[in-house]
Design a protein around this ligand. Structure first.
Ligand code: GDP
Ligand code: MG
Length: 689
């Protein structure tokens, strides 16, 4: 246990669980979270999703759309422990939010729909959790629905995601009870929303269920604890705590994924899941140290999670609250007090934390002090942003916790204010929104002169516009969505450019003279643009100096900003400068830059441009009877089908398709499947179509 620091947070780290709840949309994540809040007393008023009153979905848009968007943190005290839930969104347009939340989690509960099993988003969050090595448990929800099947869910988890599902609590639909395999008890739920939990011996009728599943569970536990293996084989009594401890180490090591089940809506099986979270998911001290890099020499360093030592924290979300800027951070090492001045690693900036809060969904509570393992909200920071490392001002080496990847937006909408007087306000509002969400950009289109908002998908943009109107009271007019493009070249090209002119600077005449010969050739998709500088023609005994090399690079960059076909950013091109000729004094870096950029630009035109559009990986889930219609429609959109499977009357189709062909697809799919189809897509690459 960590030594208590002089000032106390009142929190003992080994009783904390920072967890996320992740799922495919509609699996029941919000409903489950609501039950958790209710049972833990974190929320006295429980809200149902379908009447739009859920506590976790606190943003008004989320209520309207019935989905979860912003990641809110909620504190849930349970059995002398503190479970901190970081709410993660379920829609693919918001995967950046899931990713940012994952980065600061110690464990996750993956919710599955007991009827549908593994769904496209289950797969996405599973992959993300694997990437950050997040230990996880599974909750098989909706076991009250006809066709729900706990075992089949485990099988699909194993087959499709390579998980190692181990049954721990088996839901029994006949009596809305759960068979606890570790304690060998039957658990029933009664009272207001199932708040009263009763444990009793497993009755005869469930003995077989107990025996079969318990054996699987014990064998998995025995793998983590050799002594246990003996006891299991000999069939002697085993202390439940020993089983839990074996399951715990296997779960934390990522070797198994304990499975619970029930129905959040029917108040069935949630408390055993909470007990399980405490039993098998790690506290912050049990996680591997965070990896950091020293800014001065780039060396890797490990940041152990301790409340002593200098502050190291990661800002993982910026959120506007009552119109003010707030920053969510996770503290990895040391502590922080309200009023402290902090430093942003690698940016040479310091600023003062005016106030600090603990967060409970839509409410915040002021605190004075926080330490490692905690997730808190800071007010008063103007510069710190998502992905920044927050450090103590003095005495530390500069450390930078691994940056969170941000994605490039692929869809744009032209916008203008309804009233031209709102122009200034529009800029201000979009500035704030871009700061909150690194997947949003707000840019001027040089050609059309329009302002364009860019984001990850239609729903993403739609929700931003709703916020603009509701939260900022700004009315805007928007155009049709357009996809972002890139360009490459379709063949090779070359050009020879000579710059020879005189620049008038004040009353001085400055000669500009340089020559460059550029060859360009296409590279493989997503290889990036590469520059090579070959033999140069220079006065004897000289070579390009650092300033000149920099100018050459700058010239290539200038030319890469806009491709030859429609002026979109250039990618996947090999640029070779086969000759660079300098002429003494006139060949200033400025002259070189102009000559190089001109040569490259002309070589690109000579090669001929090729437009690349965003290509999406899409997954469509539809009832078997609609499969023909769905496939036909996808084909008419030019999609290529990459995989297809059918399971219990439901088909899943994997396809690659251009984003512009998929605009409005959700609506079409809904009518083709009478509302039963589901669709998710993810950006894959820019490619020629
Ligand atoms: P989320 O998108 O994962 O947050 O899912 P929600 O919690 O919003 O639930 C989606 C829908 O499924 C809502 O209409 C819920 O009432 C319903 N639902 C959630 N849990 C259950 C359950 O255990 N059984 C049944 N039958 N329906 C549920
Ligand atoms: Mg939800």
């Amino acid at each position: 246990m960590a030594k208590k620091p002089a000032k106390s947070t009142g929190i003992v780290l080994d009783t904390v669980r920072n967890i996320g709840i992740a799922a495919h949309i509609d699996a029941g994540k919000t409903t489950l979270t609501e039950r958790v809040l209710f049972y833990t007393g974190a929320s006295h008023k429980i809200g149902e999703v379908h009447d739009g009153a859920a506590t976790m979905d606190f943003m008004a848009e989320e209520r309207a759309h019935g989905i979860t968007i912003g990641s809110a943190v909620t504190r849930c005290p349970w059995n002398d422990h503190l479970i901190q839930i970081v709410d993660t969104p379920g829609h693919v347009d918001f995967t950046i939010e899931v990713e940012r939340a994952m980065r600061v989690l110690d464990g996750a509960v993956i919710v599955m729909d007991g009827v549908r099993g593994v769904e496209p988003q289950t797969e996405t969050v599973w992959r993300q959790a694997s990437r950050f090595e997040i230990p996880r448990v599974i909750f098989v929800n909706k076991m009250d629905r006809p066709g729900a099947d706990y075992e089949r869910c485990m099988a699909s988890l194993e087959a499709r995601l390579g998980g190692v599902p181990i049954p721990v609590c088996v839901p029994m639909a006949d009596e809305l009870c759960v068979i606890d395999l570790v304690n060998q008890e039957m658990i029933t739920f009664s009272g207001d929303r199932g708040i009263d939990v009763t444990r009793s011996p497993v009755p005869e009728r469930y003995q077989e269920v107990l025996e079969t599943h318990r054996e699987t569970m014990l064998l998995a536990a025995a793998e983590a604890d050799e002594d246990l293996e003996e006891a299991v084989l000999e069939g002697t009594h085993i202390d439940p705590e020993r089983i839990w401890s074996a399951l715990r180490s296997a779960t934390i090591a990522g070797r198994i994924h304990p499975v619970f089940g029930g129905s959040a809506l029917r108040n069935w099986g949630v408390q055993p899941l909470l007990d399980g979270v405490l039993k098998v998911l790690p506290n912050p001290l049990e996680r591997p140290p965070a990896i950091a890099r020293r800014v001065d020499n780039g060396e890797e360093e490990l940041v152990e999670m301790t409340q002593e030592g200098e502050l190291a924290a990661l800002a993982f979300k910026v959120q506007l609250w009552d119109g003010r800027r707030h920053v969510f951070i996770r503290i990895y090492r040391g502590s922080l007090s309200a009023g402290d001045t902090i430093r942003i690693a690698g940016k040479d900036q310091t600023e003062r934390v005016a106030r600090m809060f603990e967060v409970d969904a839509g409410a915040k509570r002021k605190i004075d002090y926080a330490a490692a393992g905690q997730i808190v909200l800071l007010a008063g920071l103007r510069k710190a942003t998502t992905g920044d490392t927050i450090l103590a001002t003095e005495g530390t080496e500069l450390l930078l916790l691994e940056k969170i990847d941000t994605k490039e937006p692929v869809l744009g909408l032209a916008v203008e204010p309804m009233r031209s007087a709102d122009e200034g306000k529009l800029l201000e509002v979009f500035g704030k929104i871009c700061e909150e969400d690194p997947t949003v950009r707000f840019e001027d289109d040089k050609e059309t002169g329009q302002r364009v908002l860019k984001g990850m998908g239609e729903l993403h943009l739609q929700i931003i516009f709703e916020r603009i109107e509701r939260e900022f009271g700004l009315s805007v007019r928007v155009g049709k969505p357009t996809v972002m493009t890139r360009e490459t070249i379709s063949g090779s090209g070359k050009a020879d450019a000579l710059v020879d002119r005189v620049l008038n600077v004040g009353d001085k005449q400055v000669p500009l003279k340089a020559r460059a010969v550029a060859h360009v050739a296409p590279r493989g998709r997503d290889q990036g643009t590469q520059l090579t500088v070959e033999p140069t023609i220079l006065p004897a005994g000289t070579s390009l100096n650092a300033a000149q090399m920099e100018a050459v690079q700058a010239g290539v960059n200038d030319a890469s900003l806009a491709g030859p076909a429609e002026g979109a950013p250039l990618q996947d091109v090999l640029v070779q400068l086969v000759e660079i000729e300098t002429y003494g004094e006139g060949s200033s870096p400025q002259a070189l830059r102009i000559a190089v950029s001109q040569a490259v630009r002309e070589a690109l035109v000579d090669a001929g441009g090729l437009v690349l559009k965003p290509l999406m990986r899409a997954e469509v889930v539809a009832p078997d009877e609609s499969l023909g219609a769905v496939l036909g429609d996808l084909q008419s959109r030019g999609a290529s089908i990459t995989g297809q499977q059918s399971d219990m009357g439901t088909s899943t189709v994997h396809a690659e398709c251009a984003l512009d062909k998929l605009l409005g697809y959700t609506t079409t799919l809904r009518s083709m499947t009478r509302g039963r189809g589901q669709f998710t897509m993810e950006f894959d690459r820019f490619d020629a179509q």
